[in-house]
Write a protein that binds this ligand. Sequence first.
Ligand code: PHE
Length: 339
Amino acid sequence: IKEKGIKNIQDADNQKALEEIRVKLLGRKGELTEILHSMKDVAPENRPKVGQEVNQIRDLFQTSLDDAKEKFVQAVIAKRLEEEKIDVTLPGRKTRLGSKHPINIILDDLESYFIGMGYQVVQGPEMETDHYVFEMMNLPKDHPARDMQATFYINDERLLRSQTSGDQARVLEKHDFSKGPLKMVGPGKVYRRDDDDATHSHQFQQMEGLVIDKNITMSDLKGTLEMIAKHMFGQDRETRLRPSYFPFTEPSVEMDVSCFNCDGKGCPICKYTGWIEVLGAGMVHPNVLENAGVDSSVYGGFAFGVGLDRLAILKYGINDIRDFYTNDVRFLKQFRKEE
Ligand code: PHE
């Protein structure tokens, strides 16, 4: 039994076979157990000897089994170590970094520029009310200028804002003029029922600006707009104001900058005019102030609204506005600062 058992243990070539042998040798129905059970058939004087021997063999089997098992366990560990070996000297794989969206680059830049000049930054809701977007901005329900912006209505009162100008009314209502002048910018998304193409989008971003105090004049507006243009497009840009119309400003203007593609001489980008329109602005209409409970005989100021997509298109020479929201990584990663 002893030699056969040991040989079986040595021959076992996997853990499962080893376990089967263990059961056969030491299990309840194993050969050794059987001998112990039949002790009663052994002459009494021989029992201690036989018992001792059986116990010895059992211990021997147990140690051999343990050794054999340990060998298998070690082999498994060795195999895993080999398989999962890593070469720590290999160069690491680069994780791809995201990049700031070009519109956010412009937005963050402008925001900190205005914060530096003491403006507060506000953000109104994208789903706005007719009240703030239109009525408060001197556009009563039947006003023809409502057609200037094809608006997505949700119901009679709620809409997706077609301009950030409603932010003006929200801030005007709350501002405490005894604490000082009002200076704010309000960036955010706006929506219009436009068919998307290279230059139109149903969704784009604006930044509203509003300054109200005593004795604010049109030259303050002009100076501010000129600073924005030079900050954005470089000190060499020329600017000009053209008369325009907005219901919430009087007088109203649009600002052009000299075309930086042809230096004002004329090219397809500026449609051979030498000028590119960048924003709308004007002196705040007294009705807008009065609607918000501000005394228009004491306070006045200017407002402007600039399309951030427009600025980004001009600044980076982008030729399709849809690139801004189709999230093509090849487009977006061009604005990464470093690779
Ligand atoms: N809200 C106007 C637009 O969307 C821009 C504007 C803002 C004009 C403020 C004047 C004053 O076209």
